[in-house]
Design a protein around this ligand. Structure first.
Ligand SMILES: *Cc1c(COP(=O)(O)O)cnc(C)c1O
Length: 325
């Protein structure tokens, strides 16, 4: 299990909790987060799980053990940087299995492995794939079977060991825990599942995990009785098409001091009785019901977050993070 830290900006508190819980290694898509982890944490395997930027090859080699790759130009730069730094950098080749984000087409994988083996300061560690991110393609026996077969054929062709076969992200858990034959797959990269306790395909809770380990708290800065309908000529709003809604007469409307700059308002689940009406950069407009007392100015409202809302909240400098373990 590789714990993916990107949604928390490589938060030391969460990294510590995961390492104590027995996670095997850490992965992140941003070199900045991995550099931070490398400075503060006990030695553990660090993997850059996004294809390195050519311009960051030196930093990648200096601060990570392994990176996920698909481009020979990048691997060439990694090898040169590793030579200069007197290091060996590990390579996992990502394979395209249908979701059409990163990956080498399966027919070209052996050719690429051959090239990787020729670079003096690179060490071929294995293969991986990523599904369910761009097109929502689900991990299943077929695509995971292809990954296992490719691992076997690389071993047969080159007489090497494919150490890592990284099957995917949290979206693979349903398949991995279903009792299916997992073949050669020996690694999953998990972020959302560990943080939010849900699997991302249908957002079902995962047995034994808490789904409310993380909450977002926002403060009320205005609370008024207001008409539910705007007046004046209606054009576009700050974030595009203005939304129209049914006339509900006068409502208790509150504004919370949080907005699109801090989170994804569509990914917030308010407490029962409250409804999110709209969000702009810095304001979240809430309907607390026709008959309800308006929320008190200064009071706080807690939200459940989905992955998108979590990602933005954890990376917003305006949201303070408080952790208790
Ligand atoms: C973000 C990411 C993950 C983790 O995804 P979760 O859905 O949070 O588990 C795994 N692999 C890659 C390549 C990623 O970019």
């Amino acid at each position: 299990m590789t714990g993916v830290t990107k949604a928390t900006l490589g938060s030391p508190g969460i990294v510590d909790a995961w390492l104590h819980a027995g996670i095997d290694g850490l992965g992140d898509s941003r070199i900045e987060n991995l550099e931070k982890i490398r400075q503060t944490e006990a030695p553990t395997s660090l993997t850059l799980i996004r294809s390195p930027m050519l311009s960051q090859a030196e930093r990648v080699v200096a601060h990570t053990d392994v990176s996920f790759n698909t481009e020979l130009d990048v691997m060439s730069a990694l090898s040169s940087a590793a030579k200069k730094q007197d290091r060996i950098h590990g390579i996992v080749l990502m394979i395209e299995l249908g979701d059409l984000r990163e990956g080498i087409m399966p027919a070209l994988i052996e050719k690429t492995v051959l090239e990787v083996l020729r670079f003096p300061n690179l060490s071929f560690k294995g293969i991986g794939t990523n599904l369910a991110c761009r097109c929502g393609v689900s991990p299943d026996g077929t695509n995971m079977g292809t990954l296992s077969t490719l691992a076997d054929s690389i071993e047969a062709t080159f007489g090497i060991t494919v150490e890592t076969v990284s099957g995917g992200n949290s979206a693979n858990l349903t398949w991995a825990l279903s009792g299916a034959d997992t073949g050669r797959v020996n690694d999953l990269r998990l972020g959302e599942a560990l943080l939010l306790g849900v699997e991302p395909l249908h957002r079902n809770p995962i047995e034994g995990l808490h789904t409310d380990a993380i909450t977002l708290v926002a403060e009320v800065i205005e609370s008024k009785r207001k008409p539910s309908q705007p007046w004046g000529e209606i054009a576009e709003s700050a974030f595009g098409e203005a939304e129209s809604s049914a006339d509900r007469g006068t409502i208790s409307q509150s504004i919370l001091a949080i907005g699109r700059q801090d989170t994804d308002p569509d990914g917030l689940e308010p407490p029962t009785g409250l409804k999110i009406l709209a969000a702009s950069s810095d304001h979240l407009v809430i309907d607390s019901g026709n008959d309800q007392e308006p929320l008190r100015v200064g009071s706080e409202v807690s939200f459940q977050l989905n992955y998108s809302a979590l990602l933005r909240a954890m990376t917003s400098p305006f949201i303070s993070k408080e952790m208790q373990f």
